[in-house]
Design a protein around this ligand. Sequence first.
Ligand code: SF4
Ligand code: SF4
Length: 216
Amino acid sequence: MSTESSRGDTPRTPFQNPVAGFGVTFKAMFKKRLTEQYPEQPKTTAPRFHGRHQLNRHPDGLEKCIGCELCAWACPADAIYVEGADNTDEERYSPGERYGRVYQINYARCILCGLCIEACPTRALTMTNEFELADSSRENLIYTKEQLLAGLDDDMVDTPHAMYPGTDEQDYYRGLVHGAAPDTVRQVAVSKGEEPQEAATDFGPTEPASGKVVGA
Ligand code: SF4
Ligand code: SF4
């Protein structure tokens, strides 16, 4: 009595079948191990890896997001929620008329496809190489604007604050603003419930910025 092999070619005896199965294991024992030593040795991602998103700033710290919601409309997983609002001279977050007042990405839904960053007209939204996004709480997987907003470089002042004197939003997109003006101070975020004295206590006058050049 003989048994057909899984390929249906050479017949095998009842004794050969279990031995053939162990043969696969035996061959694997001599191959190079591919085990990743994660998280002790995290693997370096490819430069254009699609990881956690980031909301970028202009060189003076103003936000690039204009609250247009194009990223939310482009998202196939309905993972982005945006609410725009108007800037005012007393409370300005971005160079133009509008800014993203509320911005959320739900990483329980996001498939990291990158369609949202393609849709963004201001390059406000990009993706980082950070991939450690797992969490046991659905609530924690909803990242807020504060979590997604880029940090501040030395030449930046946190929002809200005025635009660089003598510029308009076009100058920002032409790359003519290279940092905050020396006397730039953070404004009071009244829409976030801040009191004037709180802003003065917490944020105060900013350090003079050096080498900010507008024009040319
Ligand atoms: S990466 Fe894809 S799924 Fe995730 S928020 Fe952007 S468009 Fe939506
Ligand atoms: S991230 Fe870009 S596409 Fe999304 S609301 Fe802001 S400006 Fe518009």
